[in-house]
Ligand binder design. Structure first.
Ligand code: NAD
Length: 308
């Protein structure tokens, strides 16, 4: 059986991802967290759900990161949310410390693993993970685009009254307000949404997608979204484990693609047993290209804030 470790697995996104993955029955799942007892407890709880839900995945938890040894994929969901009074730069530095420490451990204990990063700020943390592990870029990627496009898909489906699974959407760029939803490449069973909805409705749904994370934070008051993020992360993990060559948006290392250099940003990729097997280069309009470059420039400036 393949092994997947979820670092930050005691938290909301990590534990949800653990549940979704266990239910697929394609890997053993290890929840790893610094908080003693929580990953062990949630791991045991998930193991005990198996007989009822009908899965045989072995789920367990640990607070010793050395236990990630032998992992095929390490999913990293560890990180702190922004607290009142904390600046963006403070958060960037704090999460870079967390992700940097985890990167050292992955390099030491699971040197052959693929790494999927979820921690925010996503694109910068993914860059940092690759830099510290020194892994080849195809083995380190970030999850944001599947979530952002899932939100766009859900909003389009609700607006049209159609099945959400019949809606496909593409969202490029960094994970944040500067993301670039592409309505031209978003369809209902192959029919472009731009042929099904008036431009102003499409624009409204695009704006809601851009602010999708904030909408949930405002409702929850404490904490941020975790079910859709957990599910989205597992789609990436599963694509690697099962080599199913999904074409999805993901934060991938661009070095020339889309005329972007030395930056992680959301682009369409083919995900399979080789990790990011290919970055798919879509023809973009000038406005789309500029929006992608502006978004990547924001990521690049945060990377430089962290020392390049
Ligand atoms: P959470 O606070 O519920 O969980 C975070 C967990 O990380 C906690 O259990 C904490 O103990 C653990 N942790 C902290 N430092 C650690 C370390 N060094 N080693 C192991 N575990 C450690 O938060 P959450 O809601 O699960 O969110 C987790 C991260 O995911 C945040 O950075 C959040 O912003 C990000 N996120 C990203 C997306 C995305 O689309 N990329 C979506 C949602 C959340």
């Amino acid at each position: 059986m393949k092994k997947v470790s979820i670092v930050g697995g005691g938290g909301n996104v990590g534990a949800s991802a653990g549940l979704y993955l266990a239910e697929r029955g394609v890997a053993d799942v290890l929840l790893v967290d610094i908080v003693e007892g929580v990953p062990e407890g949630k791991g045991l709880d998930l193991l005990e759900a198996g007989p009822v839900r009908g899965y045989d995945s072995r789920v367990s938890g640990t607070h010793d990161i050395a236990d990630i040894a032998g992992s095929d994929v390490v999913l990293v969901t560890a990180g702190f949310p922004r607290k009142p009074g904390m600046s963006r730069t403070d958060l960037l530095t704090k999460n870079a410390e967390v992700v940097g420490g985890i990167a050292q451990s992955i390099k030491k204990h699971a040197p052959d693993a693929f790494v999927v990063v979820v921690s925010n700020p996503l694109d910068v943390m993914t860059y940092h993970m690759r830099k510290i592990t020194g892994f080849p870029p195809h083995r380190v990627m970030g999850m944001a685009g599947i979530l952002d496009s899932a939100r766009f898909r859900a909003f389009i489906a609700a607006e049209l009254g159609v099945a959400p699974t019949d809606v496909q959407a593409m969202v490029l760029g960094g994970h944040g307000d500067s993301m670039v939803p592409l309505p031209r490449y978003s369809t209902v069973s192959g029919v472009p949404v731009t042929d099904l909805l008036p431009a102003e409705t499409v624009n409204r749904l695009v704006e809601r997608t851009r602010k999708g994370g904030g909408e949930i934070v405002a409702l929850l008051k404490t904490g941020s979204a975790f079910y859709a993020p957990g599910a989205s992360a597992i789609q990436m993990v599963e694509a690697i484990l099962l080599d199913n060559k999904r074409l999805v948006p993901a934060a991938a290392y661009c070095d020339g693609e889309y005329d972007l250099r030395d930056v992680y940003v959301g682009v369409p990729v083919i995900l399979g047993a080789g990790g990011v097997e290919k970055i798919v280069q879509l023809p973009l309009t000038e406005a789309e290209r500029q929006a992608l470059h502006a978004s990547a420039a924001e990521v690049r400036s945060s990377i430089e804030e962290l020392g390049g």
